[in-house]
Design a protein around this ligand. Sequence first.
Ligand SMILES: NC(=O)c1ccc[n+]([C@@H]2O[C@H](COP(=O)([O-])OP(=O)(O)OC[C@H]3O[C@@H](n4cnc5c(N)ncnc54)[C@H](OP(=O)(O)O)[C@@H]3O)[C@@H](O)[C@H]2O)c1
Length: 262
Amino acid sequence: MRLAGKIALVTGSSKGIGRSIAERFAQEGADIVINYNRTPRGAEEALRNVEATGRRGLIVKADLSSITEVRKLVTTAIEHFGRLDILVNNAGIETHAPFWEVTEEDYDRVLNVNLKGVFFATQEIVRHLIATKRPGKIINISSVHEELPFPNFTAYCVSKGGIKMLTRNLSVELGQFGITINSIAPGAIETPINTSSSMTQRSSAHCWRRFRSDDWESRTMWLDSLPFWRPLTLTMSQVQRISSTAGWPGIIGNNSPMGDIE
Ligand SMILES: NC(=O)c1ccc[n+]([C@@H]2O[C@H](COP(=O)([O-])OP(=O)(O)OC[C@H]3O[C@@H](n4cnc5c(N)ncnc54)[C@H](OP(=O)(O)O)[C@@H]3O)[C@@H](O)[C@H]2O)c1
């Protein structure tokens, strides 16, 4: 029970990676704020699974591309549970088009959810943590495409590159408050975001075998390999990414073997 007594908000937890994180956090003792935008049924299923662990859950609908809704999401969560300890910025979308055909609407849609939403959700919880003089933890779900080129997904890559720099910058700025911020950059994982895209076809069968969303054991092992569990009492904020030396082909990092993380 590594998260006993903690309150965690997981954005985009109605399906895919976010839902797995929400359900796993509940298994580790956290109460969960489940956020969705267009998939209420997924959010309800996630809530049932959270409550089945004996933890409390709350569903809040909010479109992360709207600052007003982002603020309402965080405020509603705090009003309901009294506080927030952990924010997982997971919600994300992608659009597929050659660079020269990307429309302003597509660009705005991707950047608003993937980067603006993360920026202002983080700002809102940071304000809350500073005001209540408590440490906290922010985890950004980025992508290997924060660094790796991905032709025809330029807006997506730009948004994830932005998350990488946001994380690095805030790791320096927020350390003084005992707020840690980390980003995780997964490789391809079979979820609704990409099951029909060409990315899926290009990804290796080996990767899918290990990370299929319906394979609970693999999902759990994957989540266990992530640095969610760093104690909230840490006063210094650090950017840590998991090294591929940890043996997980779906996650890349640069220089942080697992032994350094706890
Ligand atoms: N799957 C991969 O291969 C992969 C690889 C690297 C990184 N990632 C990243 O991991 C994160 C999760 O991806 P996933 O594969 O789990 O995607 P997914 O299965 O499509 O799930 C996306 C989640 O984000 C939510 N969402 C989308 N737009 C939203 C909005 N405007 N406001 C609030 N929530 C919104 C969705 O909620 P609704 O359905 O309710 O709208 C859903 O819960 C993303 O940031 C993605 O970039 C994924």
